[in-house]
Ligand binder design. Structure first.
Ligand code: ZN
Length: 253
């Protein structure tokens, strides 16, 4: 609700992201509800399944009305990753579903995601080009020092290898937009510096959620549930609206 309200007010397109956790915990009927609410909006809103690591989950997702699915085969070796992603891309195309894939391995885990402790593998630009050409994937999530679930004290500024991101963008972003993962916390300025490098899909989790969870934590014991929900959604929507302005999607529809 918060994303849809924010997008309609800002005249911005948007993507609502769910984790495989949602498919398991809330079930297929809930996914259908989210998709139909998103598609009923007055601006284009897609529903994306993020970090689909298990093949069973990919199979399940291909039977649901998702607009896009991220196939996270980053725990496999590169050749296996290419084969697996390509077979999913081929099938998804017939269903009008786009596919995002991770290349290399992004460090860490975040709420809703299993934490895979296999070490980080940074994406090599030439390999990224090869990967995109061989798989036909629609979005690429590169690993360039970005981390899921929070940065050390020096922050994302210190962890991110922007020249690497630029080199990857140079080789692939003409055909394949880049997706940015590991965005908490990231300064507005640093977000904006990734856009000229080919980043088009920016995953926001805690950046737009923290004000909402803070509000709920503070008021859950005192407000009526209906009031808590209405005010909470409004706070969430305001956080999303702010980021639509920062990232430049406001007014783009
Ligand atoms: Zn991610």
């Amino acid at each position: 609700m918060a994303v849809i309200r924010a997008a309609e007010r800002k005249g911005s397109p948007a993507i609502i992201q769910l984790f495989p956790w949602t498919m398991h915990f809330q079930g297929s009927e809930f996914i259908r509800y989210v998709v139909s609410a998103a598609h009923a909006a007055s601006v284009p809103i897609a529903v994306h399944l993020d970090h689909c690591i298990k093949l069973d989950d990919v199979e399940k997702a291909l039977k649901l009305p998702f607009d896009s699915i991220m196939v996270d085969a980053s725990t496999l070796d590169e050749e296996e990753n290419i084969l697996q992603v390509k077979s999913v891309v081929d099938r998804a195309r017939e269903l009008n579903i786009t596919i995002e894939a991770e290349m290399g391995r992004i460090e860490g885990g975040e709420d809703g995601l299993p934490s895979v402790d296999m070490g980080t593998v940074l994406t090599r630009p030439e390999e990224a080009k090869n990967f995109v050409q061989k798989t036909g994937v629609h979005f690429l999530a590169p690993s360039f020092g970005n981390i899921h679930g929070g940065y050390p004290a020096e922050g994302a500024e210190k962890s991110w290898d922007l020249p690497r991101l630029a080199a990857i963008g140079e080789l692939v972003s003409g055909s394949t937009p880049l997706a940015l993962h590991g965005t908490h916390p990231v300064s507005d300025d640093l977000f904006q510096r990734t856009i000229p490098l080919g980043v088009r899909k920016i995953n926001l989790n805690r950046t737009v959620r923290d004000d909402y969870t803070g509000f709920v934590a503070k008021n859950a014991g005192s407000l009526e549930l209906t009031v808590l929900k209405m005010q909470g959604v409004e706070i969430y929507a305001k956080s999303v609206e702010r980021m639509m302005d920062v990232l430049g999607s406001s007014g783009r529809y």
